[in-house]
Design a protein around this ligand. Sequence first.
Ligand SMILES: Nc1nc2c(ncn2[C@@H]2O[C@H](COP(=O)(O)OP(=O)(O)OP(=O)(O)O)[C@@H](O)[C@H]2O)c(=O)[nH]1
Length: 428
Amino acid sequence: MFDGLKDKLSGFTSDVEEDVDDDALEAEDEPDADEADGEAPADQPTESEPATDVQPSDGDTAEPAAETEQPQADAEPPSADSEAIGEPATASAPAAEDGDAVPDEDSQSDDATETEADSASEADSSSEEGDDGGRGLAAKAKLMATGKTVIEEEDLQSHLDDLELALLSSDVEMSVANEILDGVKENLTGQTRRRLSSTGNLVRDALRESLYDVINVGQFDFDERVQQAEKPVTIVFTGVNGVGKTTSIAKLARYFEERGLSTVLANGDTYRAGANEQLEKHAENLGKKIITHEQGSDPTAVVYDAVEYAKANDIDVVLGDTAGRLHTSDDLMAQLEKIDRNIDPDMTLFVDEAVAGQDAVNRAREFNDAAEIDGAILTKADADPQGGAAISVAHVTGKPILFLGTGQDYDDLEPFDPEEIVDSLIGE
Ligand SMILES: Nc1nc2c(ncn2[C@@H]2O[C@H](COP(=O)(O)OP(=O)(O)OP(=O)(O)O)[C@@H](O)[C@H]2O)c(=O)[nH]1
C-alpha cells in the first residue's frame, strides 16, 4: 500500500541529508580564520583551560567544567529514533546516552573530535563499507563531533522542488502538496542537527509533522460516535458506480458485528438492475437482514422501512446503500436530499477508490459541496501505490477518511489512523 509514495519520501529525506551533511563536513574541513591566526576561537578551550570532558573518569564528570552554558539544541534529549549513527561517538562520550549530559559541542576539544573520529575509523575498518548508505562511519563520527548544522533555506529549495514533483506525481492534490511543502520548509529551515541525532531524523520529523497535519483534518472517533448515538444509528453511503460502495457496506456489517452491534442492510439503490441481488448476496453471506423494494421505487422509502425495522427489532445500525451517481446527476442528487430531509441520517459516508487518485479527490470535494458528507471510505488502497487520495481527501473536504478498504474479503477494512499512515509512509 502506497509503496511508490514511500519511496519518493524516503528519496527526499536521504537527498536532503546527504547535501546538508556534505556541507557540514566541508565547513568542518575548512580551516577556521581564528585558528589560522593562531588564536583559539572564543568558545574553544585554551591551553590554560584544558577541556575536562574528553575522558570523564565517571558519569558524573561528563558535564564539561569549562562551560556551564548549554546551547538550546543540545539541552534537548536525543530523539527516540536516533540512528545507530551515534554509536561510535558515544564510545568516547558515555554520558551522552543519558540525553541530559551531552557534552556541549562548543566545548569539544580537538582531542575529543580526534578521539571520536579515531574510534570511528577503527570501527570503520572492521565494518562493512557502505552499510550506512554511502557515508563511512568516520565521516559520520565527524558529523557527530561537528555537533550542529543549521539547515538553510537555500540548501532545501531544490529538494523542495523535487518533493513537490514527487507529491504531484503521486496524485496529491496541488493545494495539499503546497501545504505539505510549506510545513516542511517551516519545520526544517534554521533547524539545528542535535548531537546524536542525524539530519535524516530531522527531515523525517519535519515531513511527519507536515503530513500528519494535512491527513488528520476533521478526524473523530467513529466507534465512539456510533456507541454514543441514539439507536438505531443510520448511515447512508454515496459515491460513483463501481468503486466498492456495496462491498464496504458488507464489510462494515462485519465490523459492527465484531464490536457487538447488530445491523440491518437497506438497498436504496433502486436505480440499477441487479443491485438488490448484489446486496442480498452479501446479506446472506453475513447472515444479516436486508430490506429491499422493487427497482424504480423511492430509495427514501427503503431506508425508512429499514429504520422502522431496526426500531421494532432492537437493531443498532442501519446501513443504507444508494445508487452510484455523479454529483452532476440532478435526479439522483435530489434523491439523496430527500433521504436527508426525511430520514436525517446520523452519518453520510462518501465512498471512492484510492486508486482513482486525483479523480477521487475531486469527486469527494464535489460531493461534499453538493450534499454534505461526514466522512469518507477509500477502497482498493491495497492496489494503490500512490497514496495521493489518502493524503488529500480530508484536507480538501474538511471531512476525515474513516476507513480504508484493503482487499475483497469482508475483513479487509481498516480504520484510518492518521498516525499509523504517516508512520508507514515515513518510517517510525
Ligand atoms: N482490491 C479491492 N477490491 C475491492 C475493494 N472494495 C471493493 N472491491 C471490489 O470492487 C468491485 C466493485 O465493488 P462494488 O461493491 O460492487 O462497488 P459499488 O460501488 O457498490 O458498485 P455499484 O453498485 O455498481 O455502484 C468488486 O469487485 C469488489 O470486490 C477493496 O478494498 N480492495
